[in-house]
Design a protein around this ligand. Sequence first.
Ligand SMILES: C[S@@+](CC[C@H](N)C(=O)[O-])C[C@H]1O[C@@H](n2cnc3c(N)ncnc32)[C@H](O)[C@@H]1O
Ligand code: SF4
Ligand code: SF4
Length: 310
Amino acid sequence: MSDETKNICDITVSGKEEEMKRIIAQHPCYSKEAQHKFGRIHLPVAPACNIQCNYCDRKFDCVNESRPGVTSEVLTPHEALERTRQVLKEFPFIKVVGVAGPGDPLANDATFETFKLIKAEFPEVTLCLSTNGLALPDKMPEIIETGVDTLTVTLNAIDPAIEAQLISHVVYKGKMYKGVEAAEILIRNQLAGIKMAVDAGLVIKINTVMVPGINDKHIIEVAKKIHEMGVYIMNIMPLICQAKFADMEPPTPEERQKLQNACEPYVQQMRHCRQCRSDAFGLIGKDLSQMSEERRNTIKMEMVKKAEEI
Ligand SMILES: C[S@@+](CC[C@H](N)C(=O)[O-])C[C@H]1O[C@@H](n2cnc3c(N)ncnc32)[C@H](O)[C@@H]1O
Ligand code: SF4
Ligand code: SF4
């Protein structure tokens, strides 16, 4: 390689690194500091799912609950664009536009249609996608082509015998699988997809749902594995007891913290997740979609003041 070519490559690499730093610094889930300054909007365009987790209960018309898988309504891509226009105009501190359900974004073509519309009109926003990872290897070319910047994969286990206790089935290439066979397919695709995404330069977060008595003692192995793979951050989420796991006990905050501390040497821990709805927007923990007009205006004024101080 000539010196001249080498210099151009160096500039390209450092340009990409700078871009990644900017994306992380403005993403409220990837940076603890960003959570008070920048917001995100979730567009609920993805109702279908290609697997069934034993803890998942999706609701598409619910205004009262605040947890993953819940939305007041499912939007079409054009409705999602219109909501984005209104929200970004009113709350310019929102820098991240994401699809996180209520089902799996990669099991719905509407996800990519939506992202393409958003990217064409708002090229500067960060596109964020959250998936169970089953379809990741197949969808990676489309993910890259669409310009997705940040990717979350839910990885609850790397041992199929443990994963098989967390899911009822997966539907892969038109066929339904159950038990350990289903878990093997899911884990294989999750790990292959994470590797492809790291290689493509995406910033990766892993969500791991902590289910006492099933995967709690195994999560440290997940942390070691994702460290090896170059994952940026890990989010250990407490089980919300519902669906098939309605009668189980969630981890205590102390148990979760102890596990986060044990995993921290391997991979940075996100500790401020609020398990948001699929249609949330605003700051983490201050969901504007669930607020009165008056409260929204107060937050807007607070953020304008904060921006003036910066
Ligand atoms: C609604 S899902 C959307 C993205 C995708 N379907 C997935 O599962 O990764 C967002 C996150 O919420 C988590 N989640 C769903 N139900 C949960 C529950 N009952 N307790 C804890 N986490 C849950 C999922 O595991 C996932 O990490
Ligand atoms: S992958 Fe996500 S949406 Fe699908 S069942 Fe599991 S938690 Fe629910
Ligand atoms: S659920 Fe957690 S990781 Fe997802 S947007 Fe909310 S705070 Fe961020």
